[in-house]
Design a protein around this ligand. Structure first.
Ligand code: HXC
Length: 259
């Protein structure tokens, strides 16, 4: 697809969004743009049921491209109105399960990409952090917002104020990652999990929307959203397939069509 971001879909409906820009997958504006295009392609392609975002076996991404940003100005970033952030938001809004498989460093904008995923699977050698403060910046692609929502404000502030890195085990303990695997297994394990989600019903989209949008609302509004989406599942063919399969063969045996 792009020069630095590719999308490959397997026979099980799992797309791998692969960032590949040696040596550290630094996220230049072009990489952000390609990530945006990849997220839209994954959203639109009906063959795709779940997505794995991976930076390859050595590094997830060491953040925004510091060399490219060296001479950037306030006006440039202000004028583009959060365009880089928007690329990460496109991943977060993808209406299908997304797993980030993390080998090596996921720093700054790289860590922010992982925060847009539903789940983070880390290799034992993964290192995560928001080091922007060491450059005189703050995170700009969701790190000050998604991170505290995930791990709480104090842990987020520790990472953002201090600019330090955490190991995979530390990240697991604070809820920043969901699983830790040996480095040579993490991608395969993410794909395995994604395949299970990709075999799920259309209702998975509604579950994701209810949880993600509901968390941004007051409880009454969120419960109304849940009711509407619950009702909407009855408009799907997969709901009928799920019921018929249960009544004929018991739980968990349905083969869904994702529509
Ligand atoms: C551009 C980078 C880079 C980056 C590393 N390199 N990180 N280039 N942007 N973010 C380059 C180095 O300059 C070096 O280039 C080569 O990659 C290898 O890096 P080394 O430092 O020599 O390797 P190592 O000692 O293994 O350390 C790896 C590292 C370290 C831990 C990843 O490089 C590092 O701390 N990088 C900066 C991480 C960071 O601050 N990220 C946040 C960026 S700001 P040469 O040419 O010398 O070989 C951000 C804001 C997001 O992300 C905002 C979004 C809107």
């Amino acid at each position: 697809m792009g020069e630095f971001v590719s999308v490959e879909t397997d026979d099980h409906g799992v797309a791998t969004v692969r960032i590949d820009r040696a040596p550290v997958n630094a996220l230049s504006p072009q990489v952000f743009e390609e990530l945006h295009t990849a997220a839209r392609a994954c959203a639109d392609d009906t063959r795709i049921g779940a997505v794995v975002v991976w930076g390859g076996p050595k590094v997830f991404a060491a953040g925004a491209d510091i060399k490219a940003m060296r001479d950037a100005t306030f006006q440039e970033f202000y004028a583009q109105g959060g365009g880089l952030q928007e690329s990460v938001a496109a991943l977060a809004r993808l209406p299908k399960p997304v797993i980030a498989a993390i080998n090596g460093y996921a720093l700054g904008g790289g860590m922010e990409v992982t925060l847009a995923a539903d789940f983070r699977y880390a290799a034992e050698d993964a290192r995560m952090g928001q080091p922007e403060i060491l450059l005189g910046l703050i995170p700009g692609a969701g790190g000050t917002q998604r991170l505290p929502r995930l791990v709480g404000p104090a842990r987020a502030k520790e990472l953002v104020f201090g600019g330090g890195q955490v190991t995979a085990q530390e990240a697991l303990a604070m809820g920043l990652v969901d699983r830790v695997f040996p480095a040579d297994e993490v991608y395969e394990r993410a794909v395995e999990a994604a395949r299970r989600y990709a075999a799920g019903p259309y209702a998975l989209r509604m579950a994701k929307q209810a949880i993600d949008e509901g968390l941004e609302m007051d409880l009454d509004s969120a419960l109304r959203l849940e009711s509407t989406l619950f009702a909407a599942t009855f408009a799907t063919e997969d709901r009928r397939i799920g019921f018929d399969s249960f009544l004929a063969d018991g739980p968990g045996k349905a083969t869904f069509r994702r529509n």
